[in-house]
Structure formats: C-alpha cells, structure tokens
Ligand binder design. Structure first.
Ligand code: ADP
Length: 449
C-alpha cells in the first residue's frame, strides 16, 4: 500500500474512532438525562396522588384542585395504591423488578422504565398502615428526541468519516507531490545522463532531499569519470605491451635455430599472452557494461533475429555445438518481440550463456526458447550438461568464480557476471535452475516497454 493510501486510511480510521467515542459519550449521557425530567414529573404526581388519596379533607381536596387545574394528564397515566403487608413483594399487574420495591420499602422514591413506560413509586404511611403509591405513564417526547439524536449521530458519523477520507486523500497528495516529483526526476537520471540535476526550490525537507541527491550525483559523476578514464587508460597501457609481447614471441617462434626447450617455452609464453589478452578484453567488457552503455547505439532489436545471430556466432566458434531454437510460443505481433537495446552488448550476453551451455554439456543439444508474455520477453537456455552444484549456484555471478565441477573445462569466471551486468543495463533479470549431472536452465527476462 502506498503512503498516500496509508495516510488517507489513517485519517479515516482516526476520525471514525474519535467520532464513535464522542457519539457514544453523547448517547450515554443523553440516555441518562433524557428521562430525568419525566421522572421528576411522575414523582410529583406520586406525591399529589398520595395526598389526594389519603387526605382527611375529603370534600375540599386542595391537591385535587391543583392537579386538575395545573397538571396535564400524561399519556396512559395510571395510579396504583397497594396496601403493604410486611416486606413481601406485593402482587402487581405489571412485572416490576424486586429492586423497585426494595427501594420503596427502604423509604426512597423508586424509578423504573420498561421501554417507553415509566414507573415512580413511594411508601406512604397513614394511620399505622403503609401503602405503596405508584404512578405510571408514557413519555413520547423523550423517546422521540432520543431517536432523533440517534439518527443525527449515525448520519454525522458517516459524514465525518467521508469528509476525513476526502481531506486525508487531498492532504496526503498535497504532502507527497513534491516527493513524487523528486522520484520522477531521479528516475530520469541514468548512467548516460548523469549530468542531470534535481530542481531545488525553498529550504524545506523536500528541497534538502533534492540537494542531498544532487550532492550524491556530483560524487557519482566524479567516480564514474574516474572509472571511465581508468578503463581507457588501462586498456591502452595494458594492451600495448601485451601486443608487443605477442608479436615478439610470434617472431621468435619462427626462428628455426630454436631448441625444443626454447620452442616449448616460447609457445607457452604465446598461449599465456593470448589468455591474458582474452581476460583483459572480458574484464574491460565487464567494467564497461557495468556502468556505461552509451558508447554503442541503442536501437530497436528483434529478439528472434538476435537469437538466430547468436546461434550462428556460437556455431562458428564451436562447430560441434548443437543449438535448437523454439519460436513456437512467439506472438505474431512484431512489437512484442522487439525491444530497445544495445545490440552488441545484448548479443554478447546471450552468446556467453549459450556458449556455456554448449561447453558444460560437451556439445549435447541446447534448447533456446523465446517467449513474450505481459510485456516481458523471456529467453530460456536449457542444456543437459554437468549442472551446477547446489552450493555454487549463488556464487556463479561473482567475477572469477567457477563451480567446483568445472576443472576439465577452460574458463575464467567472467562471462556470467558480464552477462548479468548487460541484462541489468537493459532493466532485465536472470534466473537460474540447475541440477548437477542433469542440466541447467538459465532464463533471461527483459522488459519490452
Ligand atoms: P567460465 O569462463 O568459467 O565459464 P562464466 O562466468 O561464464 O565463467 O560462468 C561461471 C560459472 O558458472 C562457470 O565456471 C560454471 O561453473 C557455471 N556455469 C555457467 N553456465 C553453466 C552451465 N550451462 N552449466 C554448468 N555450469 C555453468
């Protein structure tokens, strides 16, 4: 999940939690206090009902007058007068809980609510006889208010979460945009255009990040230039004496007065000079491919043609090799097998892998399969050779590394690292699967776009 989505989600979750807590708080206290007023009115009616019922002034009951004049009848209002016998719970038409009567027996005003029906009661003692006086009624207003509040809280919850989602999304985009611009600019900088720099505006953290990148690019460019110079100097400085040695030895070998011992010594010097030249060429190729592909042009390369060229190149050097090619999985669309590449380098990379397959299988058949799926070209090179011991597989892309089973074969351990560098230069990757004494399959994956 990207950072913008994470921030948006965090915003939405945070506001959902806060709004839920706040709504719960409001709901709880509204529930607690919404009926307080109604209970008070019921309790007043309990007192008045008791006074009216047990008043001595039977004919001119002042309380009855007050009630009739000033107190409206509550919806479904009822009065109950129960004679109390000991502490047993009296029989009542409604199922009221024991705690309700316990409170009354303890001399307190007691309350109880069942859905929208409210009860208030108290104990009244007249002429040594105790009575339980209960008044019950409905409270339509309190209930309606609570229901309205519930609706408001639910709508408010969804509105706030939605708003914070939108705000979070806008906010994260606003905050991350400069970072996205930096990423876009950095992606454009490659080995070929290392002189490019990022825009630095202002002094905030993003500008500091751009500045840091620029400083790093300065150092990288200097290092690349140094390496570039070293390679061309080394190439010249090492190649010249080597060519002289080879030339001189070649001349010396032609001398017919040489003894056998001298001839053998000179032949060995010539072979080793050739070997050194080969290593030097591979090493320079490896160094150059690792960072720099601009010396040769990049062009649209049809990979099926390149595979055929590779097959020719390998069979020219090793005529006894048997290379089979499988193009049966290829799509008709030419654009799906064409990619922008450095033709010579990519050919060198594939040739190295195919030559290895022929070499390490003693020229048993090698199968090259070319496929194109989901904008990725895959070139699989499969042999039936000696395979690579399990412990060596992870090291074979390291320069000069050779697996433990390769002693009968000539090699320097440079070909595969060189191929990997070239494939990486083309934003591709190499996969390998191998079983000792059974064979090896090396798969090169290259993105098309
Ligand atoms: P080398 O000159 O030794 O062939 P590479 O860099 O081309 O050097 O290969 C590195 C090592 O990887 C080889 O020494 C060998 O051990 C192993 N290897 C590469 N390809 C194969 C293959 N097709 N079969 C077996 N081993 C291989």
């Amino acid at each position: 999940m990207n950072i913008a989505k994470k921030i948006t989600l965090l915003f939405a979750i945070l506001s959902a939690v806060i709004i839920t807590l706040l709504s719960g708080f409001v709901w709880y206290f509204s529930n607690e206090f919404a009926f307080e007023d109604f209970y008070k009115r019921l309790e007043a009616r309990v007192n008045i009902a008791a006074e009216i019922k047990f008043s001595d002034d039977k004919n001119n009951n002042a309380y009855a007058k007050v009630r009739n004049q000033y107190l409206e009848r509550l919806p479904d209002e009822k009065e109950y007068f129960i004679e109390k016998n000991g502490t047993s719970i009296p029989k009542f038409e409604m199922d009221l809980p024991k705690s309700f009567f316990d409170n009354i027996n303890a001399g307190r005003l007691s309350r109880y609510r069942k859905e929208n029906h409210f009860y208030a009661g108290k104990l009244v003692t007249r002429n040594q006889q105790s009575y339980i006086v209960i008044v019950s009624a409905n409270d339509p207003f309190g209930f309606r208010e609570l229901r309205d509040l519930q609706k408001i809280l639910i709508v408010g919850f969804f509105l706030s979460v939605f708003t914070s989602f939108i705000v979070g999304w806008k906010f994260s985009n606003y905050m991350l945009n400069p970072l996205r611009n930096i990423i876009k600019s950095v992606k454009k900088i490659k080995a070929e255009n290392l002189h490019l720099r990022l825009d630095v505006k202002g002094t905030d953290e993003m500008s500091q990040l751009s500045q840091t990148f620029n400083n790093m690019l300065n150092r990288l460019e200097t290092a690349f230039e140094t390496q570039n110079n070293f390679i061309s100097n080394a190439s010249h400085e090492l190649r010249t004496p080597l060519t002289i040695i080879s030339g001189e030895v070649e001349l010396a070998i032609r001398n017919e007065d040489l003894s056998d011992k001298q001839f053998r010594a000179l032949t060995k010097i010539r072979d080793e000079a050739e070997r050194l030249e080969h290593i030097l060429t591979s090493l320079l190729g490896l160094a150059q491919s690792g960072f720099n592909g601009q010396n040769q042009p990049w062009e649209q390369v049809r990979m099926d043609e390149l595979i055929l060229e590779t097959q020719n190149a390998v069979t020219q050097v090793h005529p006894e090799s048997k290379i089979e090619i499988d193009f049966s999985q290829l799509p008709d669309d030419e654009s799906k097998i064409t990619l922008k590449a450095n033709r010579n380098l990519i050919k060198l990379a594939i040739t190295n892998i195919v030559s290895n397959a022929c070499k390490y299988s003693n020229n048993k058949p090698v199968l090259i399969t070319l496929e194109s799926k989901l904008n990725v070209l895959s070139i699989a090179i499969k042999d039936q050779g000696i395979g690579i011991p399990q412990g060596d597989i992870q090291h074979i892309f390291e320069p000069f590394y050779r697996a433990s089973n390769t002693s009968p074969f000539k090699g320097y351990g440079i070909g595969l690292p060189l191929s990997l560098n070239i494939i990486r230069l083309h934003r591709g990757s190499i996969g390998i699967s191998s079983q000792e004494k059974i064979g090896t399959e090396i798969k090169v994956l290259l993105p098309i776009s």
